[in-house]
Design a protein around this ligand. Structure first.
Ligand SMILES: Cc1ncc(COP(=O)(O)O)c(C=O)c1O
Length: 394
């Protein structure tokens, strides 16, 4: 059965047609889906009408979401905790290993937050260079030393859209005794992930980018073996057995990643519960009751849209800096032009939203990033190309 993407677009993201938006900034933040929004509103209504009566039900719903994520990434739900963003997950990871400092491999264009706290805590961070925008295993291997202990990289690079082959990368980490930390922010919710098959030790993400849940949700997976060996980096009153006994001497900490939810305090339910709607949309409306199928179909849809866009882009005088091989494909396509700033402004005037970027050591913005989610359609991309072609700055 084929998916009716147009109906999903109309029902879940009505502002696209109401405002004639060509929305290509999902790598910044997606539009919030109606399903996610409804769950957020349900929470506010519940607090307005009943306050804290039945607050246990809120915790139970969070556990249901945890189960969905476990099913999605092939993890035990207890290996998953909720934080507030990706950065908080990275900070937790850096603290987790702080008594075991070692060299950290990272791609040269890696998103800053992935290594920020590792640098701050004094881990030596070793930069890995690219091959035409791709971060090959060979280039990681060339930077290995006897002090290499960790590797951190984005599943999909925010800068140029390169998607790492996590299957091969996981084997490389195992063979070299490297802890494999993946920042999946630019893929989470729309690309397949299997933490067991890909031998991932820690995975962090937020729900803002591709899942369409708005700000305020961070997700962290930490493999159980790691928690058993290194313990939890942050805990609080809700991380212990019998927290409601209110015994302030109780340090009987539950040794599971899930005990680190909200650093051990009360959750930000308003944001968290939007995840319930987001996963329901993927599972029911896209996957016909099968979450993994929903993710696979979403991934295929994004790859099909980006393939189409790349074919059309070849006809315009912009340099594509994204690696184009299908195995590296994500929802992000970045192009370069010396008048990128003017072209970007022209696109906004025509209701096409993209992201203006620059190389970190360049004072001028020369890059435009197009982020294509499953709710975009071929017409959006066709129109974008037409508008680019009509731009006098090319
Ligand atoms: C790869 C990656 N990591 C992290 C972030 C931001 O993380 P946070 O949720 O902490 O703001 C972004 C934002 O663009 C990103 O692209």
């Amino acid at each position: 059965m084929s998916i009716d993407w147009e109906t999903i677009r109309q029902e879940e993201f009505p502002s696209i047609s109401e405002k004639s938006l060509i929305y290509l900034i999902s790598a910044g933040a997606s539009l919030m889906s109606k399903s996610a929004y409804n769950e957020g509103i349900r929470y506010f209504d519940q607090m307005r009408t009943n306050g804290d009566i039945n607050h246990e039900l809120l915790f139970l719903q969070v556990d249901e979401i945890r189960k969905s994520i476990g099913e999605y990434i092939n993890a035990d739900p207890d290996e998953i905790a909720f934080l507030i963003n990706t950065t908080s997950g990275i900070s937790a990871s850096a603290y987790l290993f702080r008594d075991h400092i070692g060299e950290v491999l990272y791609p040269s264009i890696e998103f800053p937050t992935s290594i920020h706290m590792f640098r701050k805590l004094g881990y030596p961070c070793v930069r890995v260079e690219d091959e035409n925008g791709a971060y090959t295993i060979a280039n990681f291997a060339s930077k290995l030393t006897k002090n290499s202990k960790y590797s951190i990289q984005s599943h999909v690079q925010s800068f140029n859209g390169f998607r790492q082959n996590l299957n091969e990368y996981g084997n490389f980490c195992i063979e070299n005794g490297i802890k494999n930390i993946i920042n999946s922010t630019q893929a989470f919710g729309v690309f397949e992930i299997d933490v067991e098959a890909y031998k991932i030790d820690i995975l962090v993400a937020n729900a803002l980018k591709w899942l369409g849940c708005g700000y305020g949700v961070g997700i962290i997976y930490i493999k159980d073996d790691i928690i058993q060996k290194f313990g939890l980096p942050f805990t609080g009153w809700l991380s212990v057995e019998n927290p409601f006994a209110m015994d302030n001497k109780n340090m009987d900490i539950i040794q599971k990643t899930s005990a680190m939810d909200s650093l051990g305090g009360c959750p930000n339910f308003a944001s968290l519960l939007t995840l319930k709607g987001a996963f329901n949309l993927i599972k029911e409306k896209i996957g016909g009751g099968d979450l993994k199928k929903g993710i696979r179909l979403t991934q295929e849809r994004i790859i099909s849209l980006t393939s189409y866009f790349l074919e059309k882009l070849i006809t315009v005088p912009l340099t594509i800096i994204t690696p184009q091989e299908i195995q590296y494909r994500s929802g992000i396509i970045t192009v370069q032009h010396k008048k990128a700033k003017r072209i970007h402004r022209y696109l906004i005037k025509n209701n096409v939203y993209s992201t203006l970027k620059r190389y970190p050591d360049d004072s001028n913005e020369t890059l435009i990033r197009f982020a294509i989610n499953y709710y975009n359609n071929y017409e959006d991309l066709e129109k974008t190309i037409q508008i680019i072609n009509s731009c006098k700055y090319l």
